[in-house]
Design a protein around this ligand. Sequence first.
Ligand code: IPE
Ligand code: IPE
Ligand code: MG
Length: 260
Amino acid sequence: MSRHEQHSSEEQILAQLREQLNPNKLPRHVAIIMDGNGRWAQQQGKPRIEGHRVGVESVRAVVEAAADIGIQALTLYAFSSENWKRPALEVQALMAILVEYLKREVKTMNANNIRLSTIGRTGELPERARKALEKTIEATSRNTGMTLNLALNYGGQNEILDAVKKIVYDVRDKQFNIEDLSADVFVRYLSTAHLPELDFMIRTSGEMRISNFLLWQLAYAELYVTPILWPDFRKPQFYQAILDYQQRLRRFGDVREQTQ
Ligand code: IPE
Ligand code: IPE
Ligand code: MG
């Protein structure tokens, strides 16, 4: 098969998958644990960092695929509060890749009406990363399409603790009575308050764990774990995952399917 033929058959597969999608049953908010970059590189006999570099191509593809079908919010787990434990060189490389990604993608984000936001303790990131984030958030703040939400120095337990602290301060400052604290109030103190409810969580590389991601928000999200490593997860794999989501019966504890 020539390169051109291969390209057009990939396009055909993508178009077929897209046709199968039900536009009335899309998850509003999708989150992804982008895992397996290191193993992908190892399999090719390359340094782990090469896996992160190729992983950025998957980020590009999936962001475009999600925006294309009208997903409202996409949260990507890019750096966890535990990832600081990695060798300093790998952490530095991840930060450099982030800065480069933001610089390169701001135009595409604007062209696709995508707004950038972050969750996690971003104040603790290196200055270059903080500056690039601030700039890109500002440059895309007037966009009204999909929100691309990057989880950076994010940990679900820290997020809950930060929310509890704010609540305690607000109770002290008499913003509300402790008896009025409910789940609906609590979610307004989480860093995802600006996003629709989480419907679907994807994890690549086959690990059956949450790794401190979106602990509160995952309560009734549908889960999808694929053995595919992140650098190999592109548009067709993303649409395949969404198709899987559309087959699910969400009951939320009831006996019949609930349409939220
Ligand atoms: C995910 O891939 C990327 C980040 C955590 C930033 P990994 O680097 O965790 O790859 P594996 O899991 O070691 O293969
Ligand atoms: C989760 O992956 C964090 C990100 C994808 C950013 P990890 O590779 O850090 O998770 P564990 O160590 O396998 O749980
Ligand atoms: Mg990993």
